[in-house]
Design a protein around this ligand. Sequence first.
Ligand SMILES: Cc1cc2nc3c(=O)[nH]c(=O)nc-3n(C[C@H](O)[C@H](O)[C@H](O)COP(=O)(O)OP(=O)(O)OC[C@H]3O[C@@H](n4cnc5c(N)ncnc54)[C@H](O)[C@@H]3O)c2cc1C
Length: 381
Amino acid sequence: MRHCDIAVVGLGLMGSAALYALARRGADVLGFDPLAVGEARGSSHGSCRIWRRFNFESAAYTALSDEAVAGWRALEAASGRTLLKPCPLLEAGPPGCAIVRQSRAAALAAGVLGGPATGPEVNAAFPAFRLPDDWEAVVQESAGILLADAALRALREAAADRIVPRAARIEPTHAGVRIITAEEDVLAGQAIVAAGPWIGSLVSELAPVLTVTRQTVGWFRPSKPAAVATGAFPIFLLEGPRGVVYGFPDFEGRGVKAGRHDHGPPASPDDWDVAPSDAELAPVRATLEALIPAAAGPILEREVCLYTNTLAADVRPDQGEEFIIDRLPSDPRIIVASPCSGHGAKFATAIGEILASLALDRTFQADPAFRLDRFSAFSRL
Ligand SMILES: Cc1cc2nc3c(=O)[nH]c(=O)nc-3n(C[C@H](O)[C@H](O)[C@H](O)COP(=O)(O)OP(=O)(O)OC[C@H]3O[C@@H](n4cnc5c(N)ncnc54)[C@H](O)[C@@H]3O)c2cc1C
């Protein structure tokens, strides 16, 4: 049987970033995943994700964003690929909306608040928008478009000789953690499980604190292409009457990519048979028609992706949707990573380093906000 010190099971953005960080630190590591880059399964696939420095979810994420951007820039230099394209981000909503309030507070704390702050000011700065007069807004100039497929490719290529392209399951034994694939078994000292929406089937203790939802995104043909082109148009996150809708300028020549950030219907990670439909995108279309009419043309392409959402904690109550990054209390040789909740991609390089530190340094602990003992089911162990 082959041996390795650390096995990474699941090589989406999180597992691949952990594999990359461990390989760079000289660890004896192998990664397992049957999915090739570009295959539309799980949570990391597709052309782009939003990179935000200030996160409305919590001001505590600003430091993680800063660490991650340093990681993306280093990976760009090492791989020779462009991974993060600078692009301003507009966040807007009705008076008192939580997204604007929290992003503004974080930007203010960092001393970089400026730019359009009301609906009319946004409409003047970005002519594609038709925001109501009483809306509030904040523009993050330091935001960007993370090229998700390119990022995954860069992480995987740098550790290609350590990748076993097979599905695996884990079996803890006295001798180590057995990594079982159809072709071979590998005995690992520790395992990092970063299996995205499938993590609950590999580590069943996690299933009760996670829900998986189906998120459909579409590319809308613009009626005024120049008005939604990069440079004239920001990334946007709008808290409108149909929920939170986000989107990107037409930086790919495929139309304006837009989707709902609210949770879609519950989904099984193995059910990819239902094709994405225009009906699923109706709230997105209605939002674009009302607030960005220049971007509300016919839907040219559709894609499905899954959110793995963490439930709100009950021991140290949080706002919900924080990540899980920790050693498993019942067997600390197993490290689990579920940093999704629809906003994890931007942090992947920083989270890869955290996972590497958890595996290499027994005294290292993840931030309390990410630890499992915030849930009563784990705090008693
Ligand atoms: C529509 C959508 C929009 C998003 N927008 C943003 C955004 O704008 N900004 C942002 O920061 N984040 C965003 N996110 C969230 C972000 O994409 C996720 O946080 C991130 O992709 C999670 O990556 P992961 O590696 O945990 O999971 P995945 O990418 O799902 O990776 C899990 C991997 O595990 C593998 N696997 C499963 N079972 C096994 C097994 N038995 N053996 C081996 N391998 C296995 C799978 O093949 C898969 O490759 C978005 C997500 C979605 C779905």
